[in-house]
Design a protein around this ligand. Sequence first.
Ligand SMILES: CC(C)(COP(=O)(O)OP(=O)(O)OC[C@H]1O[C@@H](n2cnc3c(N)ncnc32)[C@H](O)[C@@H]1OP(=O)(O)O)[C@@H](O)C(=O)NCCC(=O)NCCS
Length: 172
Amino acid sequence: MVLTIELLDSKRHNRSAFFSGNDNLDNYIRKFASQDLKKKVATVFVLIDSPSTDIIAYYTLSSYTLDINDLNETFAKSLPRYPLLPAILLGRLAVDSSRQGQGLGETMLIDAMKRALRTTEQVASVFVIVEAIDEKAVTFYQKYGFQQFKEYPFKLYLPVKEIEELCQRFDV
Ligand SMILES: CC(C)(COP(=O)(O)OP(=O)(O)OC[C@H]1O[C@@H](n2cnc3c(N)ncnc32)[C@H](O)[C@@H]1OP(=O)(O)O)[C@@H](O)C(=O)NCCC(=O)NCCS
């Protein structure tokens, strides 16, 4: 068995059995992820334990634009005064309940950050933004340095500079 992270292939990967315990995240991978990928709304990366093609975890990435007024003032002052700033959105991240607590959420998050970092070498972004599904998810992201937006506590950000350090910390 070999853990592999790859782009969702709706013809090959088995989405129907995925169960993270969160209905929104489970419905998304079963019903909407493939369309989002086709329509270029999001890229969807899945973790499989090959040769099995059952999805055991997934995350999505998209481009995002951030209003500078959403940032705290001290941080905003350190940036050029453009009204909108480029970012990358980690919109969803989930691990199948049978495999939670084994470090796979962390593996997926670091893989997403590594991919985001590589993207910024070609198309600049100031942050990665994550959207947490609930308070537990907020705590999960905070563990890796993500900070909450004051007005939107379920939305968190991490500057790309700190993502470089995060990836180095995990020897990626
Ligand atoms: C949150 C989730 C992605 C974590 O994945 P996981 O594989 O269970 O987590 P890991 O085993 O990689 O844990 C990594 C670290 O995060 C911590 N952690 C895991 N789940 C956590 C949670 N819900 N709240 C706070 N911390 C959490 C772990 O304790 C671990 O820290 P440690 O190494 O210091 O012990 C997974 O539980 C999940 O899919 N939950 C349902 C959907 C969800 O909440 N998604 C979040 C993004 S929207």
